[in-house]
Design a protein around this ligand. Structure first.
Ligand SMILES: [Zn+2]
Length: 421
């Protein structure tokens, strides 16, 4: 369907560089793409007869948010992981459809799902692409690839040897995956997995990267341990998820290695530090009396504080590593509607200025997802995916929540708080 030509006027429009507001500007959209950005006072006199004009008022107009880390079939409730273990595909599919609507209506117009059952994610992908259900621009991995009994085995593909991993990657691509998710180490909520230890050696990950690149798909890996993170760097994994540095010894804490971080930066490997997820979790748990806390056996001997993890995240950033926004949507307390919390965490926990945090949640993540030529900035030629927020997120980063108006490919899908789909 050809979108109508439109003009969106707002008190604050983000400039193309995402470094400042253009005051009282208008974004002009033709055939679903941005054709011009101009001061509202300089629009031609016949604008009203040629375009549908939206006077949005005292709001902030940004590119639609981009998020690199979603689990569409998870509920974000405290017991989300247990649900994913026990619920059937029919319920998980309905959860995913609901989540896709929520993501889009919150102002997040591009999302990468890196771990949900194949039966759910590829059904949802075709539902969105054929216009049957509303949803953001979606890039899907389908099931993550893990070892037998490894992290997330209950919605993953189990593959142990190099040959099995290569075959699993081919199967995912055949189903429609544009990104491959590997579980390079154990994780926190799978009882039979150890987050302190690698699940694959560097050689196996290297074979996986080679296979993904042969088929021109991205490859990302969950890694919580220092050895796992080093393996991912050695193997050339495109995007490291979490990128933590747990020591292999259950009696020790972290084993951050700045030389590995430097190589990560030199290789241009992206990191999704998932600290927005931690910020939301810490705030939610502080508000209830007996919060549900999952601590696997290998993590019970010592307590590692949030600040100790943050120091390693800072270490990677100082080494020159680039970060994306990736909320781990669907995991406990990480609502699909809260992608902006990534930017909150970059500003509040890492001390980034608000525009840098906003860029991470838009243009930088779009680039990491390989769609930076299409979306992530407000400039002529880009697809008109726009999110409009009350208040000023550059002055108060927490205003980056609940977009009041959302435009997808030039089409208004939410207007002044009201969903139109
Ligand atoms: Zn995740």
């Amino acid at each position: 369907m050809q979108a109508k030509s439109t003009v969106f006027k707002a008190a604050r429009v983000a400039n193309a560089e995402l470094t400042a507001w253009l005051p009282d500007h208008a974004v002009i959209v033709d055939s679903g793409r941005i054709s011009a950005v101009a001061p509202s006072s300089q629009l031609p006199d016949d604008t009203r007869s040629r375009y549908e004009v939206y006077e949005l008022g005292d709001v902030s107009l940004l590119p639609g948010l981009c998020d690199a880390h979603c689990h569409m079939h998870c509920s974000a409730e405290p017991n989300a992981q247990e649900q994913a273990l026990t619920e059937g595909n029919d319920v998980l599919l309905m959860r995913a459809v609901t989540a896709m609507r929520r993501i889009l209506m919150s102002g997040t117009t591009t999302v990468r799902d890196i771990g949900s059952r194949n039966e759910v994610s590829f059904a949802v992908l075709s539902g969105i692409e054929s216009g049957v259900i509303p949803g953001p621009r979606l890039i899907c991995a389908g099931t993550p690839i893990t070892i037998t009994s490894g992290h997330c085995w209950f919605f993953g593909t189990e593959a142990d040897t190099k040959e099995q991993v290569v075959q699993a990657i081919r199967r995912q691509v055949k189903l429609g995956a544009r990104v491959i998710k590997m579980m390079a180490t154990g994780g926190m909520f799978t009882p039979t997995a150890n987050p302190r230890m690698p699940q694959y050696d560097a050689d196996t990950l290297r074979a996986a990267v080679r296979e993904a690149e042969r088929m021109d798909v991205q490859i990302v890996a969950h890694t919580l341990s220092a050895e796992g993170t080093r393996n991912c760097v050695d193997a050339g994994i495109h995007h490291l998820i979490h990128a933590r540095w747990l020591d292999a010894d259950p009696a020790k804490k972290l084993a951050f290695d700045p030389r590995v971080a430097e190589r990560m930066a030199e290789n241009g490997q992206w990191v999704d530090p998932t600290i927005g997820h931690h910020l939301l979790g810490d705030e939610a748990r502080a508000a209830v009396e007996n919060p549900l806390q999952v601590k696997p056996w290998s993590m019970q001997q010592v307590t590692i504080t949030e600040e100790e993890h943050i120091a390693t995240i800072r270490g990677m950033h100082d080494a020159g590593v680039r970060f994306t926004a990736g909320l781990d949507m669907g995991m406990p307390y990480s609502s699909h509607a809260n992608s902006g919390a990534n930017a909150w965490s970059f500003h509040e926990w890492l001390g980034w200025d608000t525009w840098k945090a906003i860029r991470a949640n838009t243009a930088d993540t779009a680039a990491a997802l390989r769609v930076g030529d299409e979306v992530g900035r407000i400039e002529p030629g880009k697809v008109a995916d726009l999110a409009v927020f009350r208040g000023d997120p550059a002055a108060n980063i927490r205003a980056l929540i609940n977009a009041v108006t959302v435009v997808q490919g030039g089409r208004v899908v939410k207007l002044n708080g009201e969903s139109l789909l």
